[in-house]
Design a protein around this ligand. Sequence first.
Ligand SMILES: [Zn+2]
Ligand SMILES: [Zn+2]
Length: 128
Amino acid sequence: MRPFAEKFYSSAAWRRTREAYAASRHRLCELCLSPADVVHHVRRLTPNNIHDASVTLSWDNLQLLCRRCHAEQHAPGGALACARAPVAFGADGGVCPPCGAGTFAHVAPALELKFYARRKKIRERGPG
Ligand SMILES: [Zn+2]
Ligand SMILES: [Zn+2]
């Protein structure tokens, strides 16, 4: 973790936000639907925006990712993770800066069905 962000990541406001956001996404990766526990900032945190709640705490700027997709987002060429994502493109929604892919709010109906089927499976058998 970069030092300027340490205080933010240990704040109660962030912990509450990340928990509520993860729950709202059913703890599934927004890119691949694997069980996920990383709440990622789409617009990266910098020393200049770390005190701007519209960047740090706004759900519009958050994305729930599994560790693999998160690592890919931060790797050079991170757009690869997005190119693979079966998401629709939403003009009014959050978009991934490298590739312009829409966020989970704008998934195609087919993916939505897949998501609910998967969630049902996880509820029945537990993640994995
Ligand atoms: Zn993933
Ligand atoms: Zn991240």
